[in-house]
Design a binder for this molecule. Structure first.
Ligand code: F6P
Length: 567
């Protein structure tokens, strides 16, 4: 599919550019009055309902977006992904996170080899290990049951597992299985994160899971060495074998670190970090906390969406429709951001996870063939659960900038509450907002309405809502492990669709490298200055001044002895 033709040079792209003028003449108030239009913009699959009738589109726009998909060879690109071709061309790798949740009998090949049996070998090993830890047949160095887990990892080795953990925590079935256990995540190299995560834990009853695809990430490796020290200081060096395990693609480095390779859980280079939550990266810590059967349900939910994405026509294909709508909003209507607004506190870590999946995948400046893009790819993702977001940044969304919103709602709460005498249950109260906000954005409030309400003249401009602000709504039946898997896969594939249309490589991340290498230079300077009193050299004026100021003050630690948090 290598080509020097950019998507913006194709006729369907130009046609859509011209079509913007037509859409600009419309208002969502009028578009929403067309019931046939709205009916055609409802899509249902496996219990999930998508309503995209509040997007600034008419049926003609959708047809044109399908033509764009054809010009971008979207179907062929999806097939190439599922076929295990090396679509991550700059790293010469397949992109097969779909294999991580495939049933045992499925055949998915990378480099001519069916990878599904390898996936299941690791899943079986996780099932066995997590059951042994949970049942107490695997114990710590002093014979105590390991009831707490600290998962060390960052980026994709952290955000996905944290999102799923946070979502499962209040699911009754998952909560029951997790009774008496704790799962914590240590990500930031900030020593404060270490202090927070070890406070209240006893090394004797703690298992540390070091999660790193490469096993070279500076933050993770320093945190891993720190917790190794914490364990050794309390229990002696032999305790590491019982209290530390690893998840990585780099088993030689796991061994070099001092973790028994028998206690390492593998994954493969065809799993991108941000797409790795369904590998041992997420499955191991989550199985330790909730038990493997619950995690299996999460994998099944994701797998259901994988089949839907692969085999459903574009008209009814949720990730395809969502991806095309995002491209429409970003590249044609000129809205660079997207707000992810789950009306569920259990999904509070969903937006941070999708931030990485989306922004690391699609934040690119060149096409997959290295040609600078004359348009901007990627979108700025942010979000908070409703209703908290409503009392924070929704002012800007209603009357300031136009930010297309994803409203995510759940029919049945994980934790229903009803107070006798109240008009509605607590979940109905929450969901009243979920249903109201999209219409407030779409319809707005006119000057005429305000005059009818006798609003004083001087306040009319301040109280007017322009409306015509696009959103879409996703309604999930509940927030079980299965539904959480579905939601994850919908977004993963949606983001791939966007990248396929823009013609970029959504599976590499070269943009994170430069900052890392400059930090190496600073680290060297800090060491020389702290240990040998060497002056700051080789940096620009600003950085030298800041570094000098930083080094003037005693750091509170001596290089001759180990210091651990005192909390
Ligand atoms: O920040 C860049 C990155 O490479 C991410 O893509 C990745 O998820 C994260 O670092 C962690 O990498 P690793 O799992 O190799 O420690």
């Amino acid at each position: 599919m290598a080509s020097t033709t950019l998507i913006c040079d194709t006729e369907p792209w130009k046609d859509l550019k011209g079509h913007v003028k037509e859409i600009e003449k419309t208002h969502l108030r009028d578009l929403m009055a067309d019931v046939e239009r709205c009916k055609s913009m409802m899509v249902e699959f496996d219990g999930i309902l998508l309503d995209y009738s509040r997007q600034r589109v008419c049926q003609d726009t959708i047809e044109k977006l399908f033509k764009l998909a054809e010009a971008a060879h979207l179907k062929q690109k999806i097939d190439r992904m599922y076929g295990g071709e090396h679509i991550n061309s700059t790293e010469n790798r397949s992109v097969l996170h779909i294999a991580l949740r495939a049933p045992r009998d499925k055949v998915i090949c990378s480099d001519g080899k069916n990878v599904v049996p390898d996936v299941w070998t690791v899943l079986d090993k996780i099932k066995d290990f997590s059951e042994r830890v949970r049942s107490g047949s695997w114990v710590g160095a002093t014979g105590k049951v390991l009831k707490d887990v600290v998962a060390i990892g960052i980026g994709g080795s952290f955000l996905g597992p944290l999102f799923v953990h946070t979502a499962l925590q209040t699911d009754p079935e998952a909560a029951e299985s997790a009774k008496g256990r704790q799962l914590r995540f240590l990500a930031n190299v900030d020593p404060i994160d270490v202090a927070r995560n070890i406070t209240g834990l006893n090394p004797e009853t703690t298992l540390v899971v070091v999660v790193s695809k490469t096993f070279t990430t500076a933050e993770t490796m320093l945190n891993a060495r720190t917790l190794k020290e914490w364990i050794q200081a309390a229990l002696g060096p032999q305790a590491v074998a019982k209290h530390m395990v690893a998840v990585s693609t780099n088993l030689p480095l796991v061994k070099e670190f001092g973790i028994d390779p028998a206690n390492a859980f593998a994954f493969w280079d065809w799993v991108g970090g941000r797409y790795s939550v369904c590998s041992a990266v997420g499955v191991l810590p989550l199985s330790l906390q909730y038990g493997f059967p619950i995690v299996q349900k999460f994998l099944n939910g994701a797998s259901s969406i994988d089949n839907h994405f692969y085999s459903t026509s574009f008209e009814k294909n949720m990730p395809v429709l969502l991806g095309l709508l995002s491209v429409w909003n970003v590249s044609f209507l000129g809205y660079p951001a997207r707000a992810i607004l789950p009306y569920s506190q259990a999904l509070e870590k969903f937006a941070p996870h999708i931030q990485q999946v989306s922004m690391e995948s699609n934040g690119k400046g060149v096409s997959i063939d290295g040609i600078p893009l004359p348009f901007e790819a990627g979108e700025i993702d942010f979000g908070e659960p409703g209703t908290n977001g409503q009392h924070s940044f929704y002012q800007l969304i209603h009357q300031g900038r136009v930010i297309p919103c994803d409203f995510i709602g759940v029919v049945k709460s994980q934790q229903p509450i009803y107070l006798k005498g109240e008009a509605v249950s607590n979940h109905d109260e929450l969901m009243s907002n979920f249903f109201a906000q999209p219409d407030a954005l779409a319809y707005g409030k006119t000057r005429e309405q305000l005059l009818g309400e006798k609003v004083p003249n001087h306040l009319i401009p301040h109280k007017t809502f322009s409306g015509n602000r696009p959103s879409l709504s996703l309604l999930l039946p509940s927030l079980s492990a299965y539904n959480i898997g579905q939601l994850l896969a919908i977004y993963e594939h949606r983001i791939a669709v966007e990248g396929f249309i823009w013609g970029i490589n959504s599976f590499d991340q070269w943009g994170v490298e430069l900052g890392k290498s400059l930090a190496t230079q600073v680290r060297k300077q800090l060491n020389l200055s702290r240990t040998q009193g060497k002056p700051v050299v080789g940096f620009n004026f600003g950085t030298s001044t800041l570094l000098t100021r930083y080094l003037e003050v005693d750091s509170g630690v001596q290089s001759e002895s180990t210091v651990l948090p005192k909390m």
